[in-house]
Design a protein around this ligand. Structure first.
Ligand SMILES: [Zn+2]
Length: 72
């Protein structure tokens, strides 16, 4: 039996998905709600100290992603 990597529709189309943290297109990563986080940023999130300003930046980016602006 063939084991297949689970890829998103965007990755299959070879356009990648825009990472919510670094805002760069990536093919590998995780999904948080409807947002995409590339493997590099995912690693950053787990490796960065919470006192690091970089961590604050990541959290800011994530909040932006997980709280879509709804005008209704
Ligand atoms: Zn990223």
């Amino acid at each position: 039996m063939e084991v297949e990597m689970v890829e998103s529709a965007a990755a299959r189309k070879n356009v990648g998905e825009i990472c919510v943290v670094c805002e760069q297109p990536g093919f590998k990563g995780i999904h948080l709600y409807t947002s995409f986080i590339c493997t590099e940023c995912e690693r950053d999130i787990t490796a960065t100290d919470t006192k690091d300003p970089k961590y604050t930046f990541i959290i800011k980016q994530l909040k932006k992603a997980t709280k879509p602006e709804i005008y209704s």
